[in-house]
Design a protein around this ligand. Structure first.
Ligand SMILES: [Zn+2]
Length: 307
């Protein structure tokens, strides 16, 4: 775990540098490329998601409940059936919480990339060049008007999102999409630009490596209030929109993927704006248990062989 950690000094510097941005790779200040200028370096604040500020708080000590067991293989039984539905409950002991020691180490390919229940994180990546086959444009407001990739989601998630946004509106909460689908090549461009600028260690704290972003699944989207204020930024936390999501997203099959206090497990800081479609069944289970996806699968994550 220690090898993944920055020195406290650099963590502090990074935290300071990144304070204004989130879920966005906002670490690259200033230049905001238009969607039609992919050569540009820095994404808009809404580029979102897994290029979030994942830096652990320097003062935060590892949770005592997190006891990674380095000797246990996360993939005792590699599966070659990528379409196989993962077991609902990990048969292994609920060790879970091993992510902290596994960020970008012993990387494996998640076996169920096309399932709503897929686990994609800093340990389990999507198959090389994975592109969801059923991307659509959800009929909800966005914080931008262009019909571009990040407006897309997979069909099932898009339909659930439309219902979620409708449900919120009935409660007087007006939500808007900020950033949905992101291709592996787009993620690669972003990540590499960050590495060039800040170095690998720093870049890993706020940007997902290509193949490791939930946004590439087409099942995750960053949302904000309709005014786009605090879009993918820490100040979204505590807003009526964030509170509504925390309370009701589950009812529509979504989870707050990177909850508060689980940074060492998910590898990302609290992102109240990043919601991930997992389907109604799993969302209900996670709501009841309070588990993250990592904890839910524990050591029983299905994989399709190492990378
Ligand atoms: Zn996100």
């Amino acid at each position: 775990m220690n090898s993944n950690r920055m020195s406290a000094a650099s963590a502090l510097m990074l935290a300071a540098a990144l304070t204004l941005s989130a879920c966005s790779g906002g670490a690259a200040p200033g230049t905001e490329p238009s969607p039609s200028a992919p050569a540009s370096v820095s994404p808009p604040a809404s580029a979102g998601g897994d290029e979030s500020l994942a830096s652990p708080s320097p003062s935060q000590s590892p949770s005592p409940s997190v006891s990674p067991s380095p000797s246990s293989s996360p993939s005792a039984k590699p599966s070659d059936k990528p379409s196989e539905k993962p077991s609902e409950k990990p048969p292994a002991s609920p060790a879970g919480a091993k992510g902290g020691s596994k960020f970008y180490e012993a990387i494996e390919v998640t076996a169920n990339a096309a399932m709503a229940t897929a686990l994609v994180n800093k340990q389990f990546r999507l198959p090389e060049g994975y592109v969801p086959q059923d991307l659509v444009y959800p009929d909800i407001p966005f914080t931008f008007s262009d019909k571009i990739d990040k407006r897309k989601l997979r069909k099932e998630a898009a339909e659930a999102l439309e219902q979620l946004v409708d449900g919120a509106a009935k409660d007087g909460i007006k939500l808007a999409g900020v950033s949905g689908y992101r291709s592996e090549s787009r993620q690669k461009t972003l990540y590499e630009s960050y590495v060039k600028k800040d170095g690998v260690q720093a870049a890993d704290k706020y940007s997902a490596r290509p193949g490791h972003s939930e946004h590439q699944t087409g099942l995750a989207i960053d949302v904000s209030g309709i005014d786009g204020k605090c879009a993918a930024e820490s100040c979204f936390g505590g807003t009526p929109e964030a509170e509504w999501l925390a309370k009701y997203a589950t009812d529509y099959g979504f989870i707050i993927r990177y909850p508060e206090g689980k940074e060492d497990i998910t590898g990302y800081k609290y992102e109240p704006w990043h919601i991930r479609y997992v389907g109604a069944d799993l969302a209900a289970k996670l709501a009841e248990s309070g588990d993250t996806l990592e904890e839910h699968y524990g050591g029983a994550v299905p994989v399709s062989g190492s990378k």
